[in-house]
Structures are given as structure tokens and as C-alpha cells.
Design a protein around this ligand. Structure first.
Ligand code: NAD
Length: 734
């Protein structure tokens, strides 16, 4: 294995280069740990070596740990994986401690060899933890590079010493944005956060690190916590200042995570308990908490969905095997909220964009939207004036359909109206070449129906973006009955170009995401009508990890949209339509309480649009009942309303891959991320219990909770969703 190689120069500096063959970014593989340790051992033992520089052979330093390693250790260890995971973690600590102590005398702290880290670009996770155990960190002045410890975002925390080291370097309070929020910092920010010591011009990175190594004294390489009299910056827990920090941090974490993310709490416990003891004991404590998080089903589910499967989908897990379909020239019809957003993300990704609207000023407004986003980026120092000019230079705002000549992909985002959409489809097809793929961004109209406006339905597809386009990571690709493989590949390649995450679903009412979110909203509104306290509904949702309660979500998306969808659904479903929530929605619309856009909805707002609290007038229409349901009952109604729809989507063949169902739910509508998604949540509950709960909910609240046949069958057989439907990498990680 050649992930790490070492080369000692004439001055006696051993340069260890990390360069995983065949990968664009380094990830730490299981066997590579031993390779790196052997090189460190050799360098420390070799009298000709004066010091060590660890660097990377790539533009970046490292993406982190190969998370499959942890899953594999867990799987290999069988029934009781805790000891194997603990041993693996402690081994990492021991080896990093070896780098940190660098052969120095344990009593005098003298005689060690200086170890520096030269970081050419982005550095995350265990890459940063390796850097933190060296004695000085140099980072190239690449403004696009980021460094940090983002483990918390996939349900873990830095468990290879990063938590203990960094909190001891800067104190618990200062460490919070990096450890608890997983903030990735640019080189300048990283220097002020003390993640690195020096920002160096790119060409001088290695030379500067070597120079430091050759000039470093014994005192330069002893970590503060290995010196006598060391005290935790900001105060240890029993110091008055430390007490304030930890009490505040504990409240803040519980406020933010609502107690559903085990990693955040475990991280804080590791910092708190670690601060009371010596460094090596603190590392043991960190390892214990790390293993407890690894064994929590929420963490495995989050890693599986938010890391492994998200990446697999982005790399084209469900892409048909056809030639590369990279988009070169994109035509967008309708420069409104969605069209303008799509135009910006495409131009930003280097694609030439033609943005068409019925009137020139509307097209110009669409382009101005991109300008607004770029200006904000300039203000924040993330975008340069040249970049802005370059991106805007790629967008042609016009009313002239002739400008669409040469487009290889069209995304239509005009009004949600079959007639209008059919008319523009025909106009476009008269201009573009025979291979052009036509996509619609409709959120409610069946793709198969809209495809009738085209004489090439195999080249017609749905590419459904979420609002706001520049922020939302998910794109739902919808196959109509006749959509062909090239169209699917085109849509997937486009989504990859704009660096978003795709799911591919089959055509059906509301596709996948909206199909599941509507029952959530309706369940919340239904409870209002029943007299459940609105605050209980909203808080129950948030306490189970939903980013917005159903009533707030309704306000954000607007009640008139809800009324429009209700009318359209009723028209389509006829007698099968359940109209329980209609009086509430239509009543609110009649009262002008349309949601945030009207500064009035289920919530009250001040004149600046600031949300104040739940609207107290609601109780006059829907009195709060004297007896209230318990929290879990409300939470289960809200979650089952969504997950049963996801199961039905799988039964109906709308979803063909549960990985997409889980990743799409979290990225598309924020489904309780701690759970790993609807299917992961059902697996955490266990299908037998989930089916039993369906029966109870059905008896208490109605047939919408009836257990789907698939879930019943799986419960009877004792199957899990990932056991039965998981494919490729995800089934290993389960
Ligand atoms: P919008 O009203 O903001 O924009 C529509 C634009 O299309 C307007 O600028 C309008 O002038 C233009 N237009 C209308 N008829 C046209 C024609 N014949 N030729 C050229 N331009 C024409 O609407 P939006 O919110 O951007 O939605 C557009 C589409 O995206 C709809 O199909 C909608 O269902 C879908 N969608 C919306 C959202 C959302 O959150 N708003 C999310 C996903 C999908």
C-alpha cells in the first residue's frame, strides 16, 4: 500500500506524503494507519532525521476517514462490537499521541523531533485530527480551501483526539462552532480559530514547513497540556468561568438538538469530563463516548444516508449506462422564482444559460436575481468581482426563442398550467436540435401528461427543484411513462454539474417529496381542527427533529397554495378525497391569513415580517380541548403520516430505491435527519412494532394510518427495509 510515502531530504527533514492512488481526495483507509505509523517510527528512530513534515500529494489534504471502515469493524465484530470499536479508537489515540510526543523524554519533555503539517488545500475530519497532533500547521493561502471537523453533520463527533485536543487548545466556548456546528473555515478563519498556525503562499508551503522544523526548539514542540500547571482555556468545569460555559453550552445544545442528536450531547460530555482529568485519561473518555455514539442506531443511520448513500447517489448509483451527457448550453423557460434560481446555479457551475421569459423586463429580473446572490457572496468575501462578471456573462436574458438554438437541455419553469406549458414546449421544440432533452420543473402536474406536448416523449423528463434553488440540495428527477435512458442520464449529469443530490422517481401525483410532506402538513392542521393545542403540535414536531412544525411550514409555503392543491387533489380524486382539513385552510384563506407572505397565518408577524408566535385568534375558531394527547401520540401521528406515504411510494413503484427515499426525505423536506430518513426510522423502530403502531393509530385516528401491505408482510417475516431492499454499500453500513 502506498497511501503514505516518505522521502528524507539532504537537510534531514523527512517528508511524509499522503496520496491515495486513484482517488481525487485522500481518505484514511484502515490499513493506511499502520503504514503511516511505520513511517513515523522509522523517522523517529533514524538519527539522520531531524524532523518530519506531513503533507499531501494532492491539491487538498484529506476528506476524512473512510466511514466504511467503522461500519466494517462493527460488522466483523458480530454481537458485541463495542470492544473492537474501542480498541480501534484507542489505537488511533496511541498512534497520534506518538506523533505528538515525537520521541521526547516523558519527564523532561526534551529530545523530541519537530513534526509539522503542510496543508495544501481542504482538510476535514481525521485529516484535521492528524494535523492537530502535529506541532505546527501551515496552510496554503487558497481561499477556496476549507479546514474543519464536520463529523457532527453525519451524526458523529471527532473521535480521534480532535475533540479533546481542540477544546484544550481554545477552550470549550471557542471550540463550539468547529466541534458542535461542524463549521469549515477558510485559511484566514482557520488561523484566527487556531486550527492552523500560519497561512503561507501556495508555492512556499513545503519550504516554510521544513524551515520551521529545522529551527524548532524543544520548547516549541511541547503541547500546553503536557506542561506543568496547564489550565483549560476559558476555565475547567468547576472554575466559575468554566461553570458558566458548560451550563450555557449544555442549554444551547439541548435547545438546538432538542435532545435527538446523540453525538452533540456525547461530544459535550467528552469535553466536560475530559476537562476534569489528565490528557491521556481524557482521550479514553473521548473514545468511550465515541464508541457509544457509533453504537447508537441514529448515528449509523445518519452516516448511511447522509454520507455513504448521498455520495453514492451523487456519483450516479442509479444512472443508466449511456454516454456522458454533460450539459453545455442550458435553456430555461420562465425567469420567475424557480427559473432564475436554476439559471444562477447552472451559470455558477460553468454552464452557458439562456433565460427566457414572456417579457424582457421579466427575463432581466431573473438575471438580476443571480446578480443579487453574487453580490451577497462578494459582501461575505466568498465571491470575487471577476467571478461575478464571469457568471453573469454566461446568462443571456431574452424573449427570443432563437437564442435557444444549440441548447442540449431545456428546463421549463413557467406558470403551473398545462396549457401554458404545452404552448412553450412546442415553441421550443421548433427551435432546438433533435437531441435536445426537455425537462419540466412542475411540482404537481403529471410528467406523462405534459410529455404529450412533445413529439419525442422519450426525451421528456421532470427535473424538480426545491425553493430556494441555490440553497436546497435535493433535485427530484421524474421519469414519465415514456422517458428514455438518455434523458435520465442527462438530468443526472446536469445535477452532478451543479453539485446537488439527485433522486430518480417514477411519475405519480406529487412525485415523492411533496407526496410525503402534504400528509405531514395535513395531519398538523387536522389536529388544530380537533382542538389539539397548536403549541403542542409545533413543539412535538420540533422535538422529534423536524426543522419546522407543520403550521409554520404551512405559513412558509402559504395557505393559498394549500387551498389550490386541495382543490386540484379533490378534482383528481373525486369521492376518495378526504376533506377534513379543507375548512381550516379555506377559512384561513378567506380571513386573509395566507401565511408569511401576508404577515398573517397560523402565526402572527410584526410589520417587518418577523414571526412573533402562534396566532392567538386561532383558538376562537378552533378551541383548544380540555384534554390533550400525550407528546408521543402527536409525534407518531406526524411521523407516521409521512413514512407510511413513503412506504406506499415504494409499494407503488414511485420509489425504486430506499436509499433515495431516505436521502430525498432529509434533503428535500428535512425529515428528522437524526433518523436517517423514513425507511431508516422504520428499521430503528423495527417493522413488527411499526406495524403494531399503525394498527393502534388506525383504530384511534382513521384509515389513513392503515398498515401498508408491504410493511405488514415485512413485520410478519421480521424483515428490515435495509435488510430486504438495501443495495451496495448501504447494506454493509447498516
Ligand atoms: P413564478 O410565477 O415565479 O415564475 C413563472 C415565470 O414564468 C414568470 O416569470 C412568468 O412571466 C413566466 N412565464 C409565464 N408564462 C410564460 C410564457 N408563456 N413564456 C415565457 N415565460 C412565461 O413561478 P415559480 O414559482 O418560479 O414556478 C415555476 C414552475 O416551477 C411552476 O411549474 C411551479 O409549479 C414549479 N415549482 C415551483 C416551486 C416553488 O416553490 N415556487 C418549487 C418547485 C417547482
Amino acid at each position: 500500500m502506498t497511501d503514505f510515502t516518505m522521502d528524507t531530504d539532504a537537510d534531514g527533514v523527512a517528508v511524509i506524503t499522503w496520496d491515495v492512488p486513484g482517488k481525487s481526495m485522500n481518505v484514511l483507509r484502515r490499513e493506511a494507519v499502520d503504514v503511516l505509523e511505520a513511517l513515523i517510527d522509522n523517522a523517529l528512530a533514524d538519527p539522520a532525521v531531524k524532523g518530519i513534515v506531513i503533507t499531501s500529494g494532492k491539491d487538498s489534504f484529506a476528506g476524512g476517514m473512510d466511514l466504511n471502515v467503522l461500519a466494517r469493524i462493527r460488522d466483523e465484530a458480530g454481537e458485541d462490537p463495542a470492544p473492537a470499536l474501542f480498541e480501534f479508537t484507542m489505537n488511533a489515540h496511541r498512534f497520534m499521541r506518538k506523533i505528538e510526543r515525537a520521541g521526547m523524554d516523558p519527564k523532561t519533555n526534551k529530545g523530541g523531533k519537530p513534526v509539522a503539517c503542510a496543508i495544501p488545500g481542504t482538510c476535514a475530519g481525521i485529516g484535521t485530527e492528524i494535523a492537530l497532533c502535529t506541532h505546527r500547521r501551515f496552510m496554503a493561502d487558497n481561499p477556496k480551501a476549507r479546514i474543519g471537523l464536520p463529523e457532527i453533520l453525519v451524526g458523529l463527533f471527532p473521535g480521534a483526539g480532535g475533540t479533546t485536543r481542540y477544546s484544550r487548545m481554545v477552550g470549550a466556548m471557542q471550540a463550539a462552532p468547529v466541534l458542535l456546528e461542524g463549521k469549515m473555515l477558510d485559511p484566514k478563519g482557520a488561523k484566527s480559530a487556531q486550527l492552523i498556525d500560519e497561512v503561507v503562499p501556495h508555492g512556499q508551503l513545503l519550504a516554510r514547513a521544513k524551515e520551521w522544523v529545522l529551527g524548532a526548539s524543544d520548547a516549541d514542540i511541547v503541547k500546553p497540556w503536557d506542561q506543568k500547571g496547564w489550565k483549560m482555556p476559558g476555565g475547567a468545569p468547576y472554575h466559575p468561568a468554566g461553570f458558566m460555559t458548560f451550563v450555557g453550552a449544555s442549554a444551547m445544545i439541548n435547545g438546538k438538538t432538542k435532545g435527538v442528536y446523540p453525538a452533540a450531547k456525547a461530544l459535550l460530555s467528552a469535553v466536560y469530563e475530559g476537562a476534569l482529568v489528565d490528557f491521556d485519561t481524557a482521550l479514553r473518555i473521548e473514545a468511550r463516548w465515541f464508541v457509544s455514539v457509533l453504537l447508537n442506531p441514529s448515528s449509523s443511520a445518519m452516516i448511511r444516508s447522509l454520507f455513504l448513500n448521498k455520495e453514492a447517489l451523487e456519483k450516479g448509483a442509479n444512472r443508466p449506462a449511456v454516454a456522458d451527457q454533460t450539459v453545455r448550453k442550458l435553456g430555461i423557460l420562465g425567469a420567475g422564482m424557480m427559473g432564475a434560481g436554476i439559471g444562477y446555479v447552472a451559470a455558477n457551475a460553468g454552464i452557458e444559460v439562456v433565460l427566457i421569459d414572456a417579457a424582457q423586463d421579466a427575463a432581466d429580473r431573473g438575471k438580476a436575481h443571480a446578480e443579487g446572490i453574487l453580490d451577497k457572496g462578494i459582501k461575505r468575501g466568498r465571491v470575487t468581482a471577476e467571478k461575478k462578471a464571469e457568471v453573469l456573462g454566461r446568462i443571456t436574458a431574452t424573449t427570443d426563442y432563437d437564442a435557444l438554438k444549440g441548447c442540449d437541455l431545456i428546463v421549463e419553469a413557467v406558470f403551473e398550467d398545462v396549457g401554458v406549458k404545452a404552448e412553450v414546449t412546442k415553441k421550443v421544440l421548433a427551435v432546438v436540435g433533435p437531441d435536445c432533452i426537455f425537462a419540466t420543473n412542475t411540482s404537481t402536474l403529471p410528467i406523462t401528461e405534459l410529455a404529450k406536448a412533445s413529439d419525442k416523449p422519450d426525451q421528456f423528463i421532470g427535473i424538480h427543484f426545491f425553493s430556494p434553488v441555490d440553497k436546497m440540495a435535493l433535485v427530484e428527477i421524474i421519469k414519465g411513462a415514456k422517458t428514455g435512458d438518455v434523458a435520465v442520464a442527462k438530468a443526472l449529469d446536469f445535477v452532478r454539474q451543479i453539485r446537488k443530490t439527485p433522486i430518480v422517481v417514477n411519475d405519480a401525483r406529487f412525485f415523492y417529496a411533496n407526496r410525503c410532506i402534504i400528509p405531514y402538513i395535513n395531519e398538523g392542521i387536522r389536529m388544530v381542527a380537533e382542538g389539539v393545542a397548536p403549541a403542542l403540535i409545533e413543539n412535538a414536531a420540533k422535538l422529534v427533529g423536524m426543522p419546522l412544525g407543520p403550521l409554520q411550514l404551512t405559513d412558509e409555503t402559504s395557505l393559498d397554495l394549500g387551498a389550490k392543491i386541495a382543490k386540484a387533489t379533490k378534482a383528481a380524486m373525486g369521492a376518495a378525497y378526504d376533506d377534513t382539513v379543507d375548512p381550516v385552510i379555506f377559512g384561513m384563506v378567506e380571513a386573509g391569513r395566507l401565511g408569511r407572505k401576508a404577515n398573517a397565518g397560523f402565526y402572527a408577524y410584526d410589520e417587518k415580517g418577523q414571526r412573533l408566535g402562534l396566532w392567538d385568534g386561532l383558538a376562537a375558531h378552533y378551541p383548544v380541548a380540555g384534554e390533550q394527547p400525550d407528546l408521543t401520540a402527536v409525534q407518531h401521528r406526524l411521523l407516521f403520516a409521512q413514512v407510511l406515504e413513503a412506504v406506499r411510494a415504494l409499494e407503488d413503484g414511485v420509489l425504486t430505491d430506499i436509499r433515495e427515499g431516505d436521502v430525498g426525505a432529509i434533503l428535500g423536506w428535512g425529515f428528522a435527519p437524526w433518523s436517517g430518513g423514513p425507511f431508516s426510522w422504520l428499521d430503528i423502530l423495527g417493522t413488527p412494532y411499526a406495524a403494531e403502531r399503525c394498527d393502534q393509530l388506525q383504530a384511534a385516528y382513521g384509515d389513513r394510518f392503515a398498515c401498508p401491505a408491504l410493511l405488514r408482510e415485512m413485520a410478519d417475516k421480521g424483515q428490515s427495509f435495509y435488510g430486504r431492499f438495501g443495495t451496495g454499500v448501504d447494506s454493509k453500513a447498516a
